[in-house]
Design a protein around this ligand. Sequence first.
Ligand code: ZN
Ligand code: ZN
Length: 358
Amino acid sequence: MTQRIERLREKLKEKGLAAILIMQPENCRYLSGFTGTAGALLIDRQKCYLLTDFRYLEQAAAECPGWEVREIKESTFETVAGLLPPDNAGALACEGDYLTHRQFNDLRDKLSGIAELAPLNGLVEELRQVKEPAEIENLRRAAELADHAFWYILDFIRPGVREREVALELEFFLRRKGARKVPFDFIVASGPRGALPHGVASEKILQPGELVTIDYGAEYQGYYSDLTRTVSLGPPDPKQREIYTLVREAQAAGLKALRAGVKASDVDRAVREVIAAAGHQENFRHSTGHGVGLAVHEGPRLSKKDETVLQAGMVVTIEPGVYLPGWGGVRIEDMAVVEEHGCRLLTRAPKEELITCR
Ligand code: ZN
Ligand code: ZN
């Protein structure tokens, strides 16, 4: 944690800022280790304050050694104003992309005569992109749990079951095995619904001969995993096989392109070229992947536009899909750690062949 604060202070110094107020929950957790849901961090050149209300005082003191824990009595911003020295030597940075307009105005009013406000975007998020070994280990554990759930759910997926039951069964399994939360509403999209890239589980009943795409994830120590597999209900027909093979090859191309020093957009292009060569560019419209960490969707984005140069230690998904309206779709998603000369998969659920459920 100390190193993270040092890196943040360096960035503030570069920008000529005296202090920063952090309120975004994952950013708070990343910098302080605090897992409570109500809190804010005020970091200046010398001190680190953790502000929280009476419910979390004990927890904050236990989780965040080295932080000066202060109780929020009136309001967070009142407390912040009280902690800034009157002769404050510069502007206070805040999370411009997190604070609401009302919060920003309120904070500015409270600080009038004390400090200027400097909204910044993505400062801590940028630090979070490159993971430390302990973070990668947490992500690996979250990925392992998702893999484990895949083997479990294969036995449950069969014609006659509702999509929502599959999603629920997955969630029960993951929580029983230790996940404290799940990252999003799970996607279970069967038959023609598979053409919806974001087909959250519905009341639809699975039918023989359909493909089923499941997209879900687990949690370990605050870190998430994100995994997608498409399976078939009964022996696949030639077209199902063909689209599945295409998506698998596109994903393989993405994993092959993934390494330190390449741009996020280059990995996206490697995937997109395979799909375009088969004439399906119009049927793959979302980006290729995203970073995963304390948030299930974080930077970098592996998209056409993201020029981020990938660094060793970034953890990203590669998740191409082909979606044919009226027919259905296939998506395959894995998480991988970017390394100097390649990448290392964190999710290991099988994908070489289209898996057939009863
Ligand atoms: Zn996913
Ligand atoms: Zn994803």
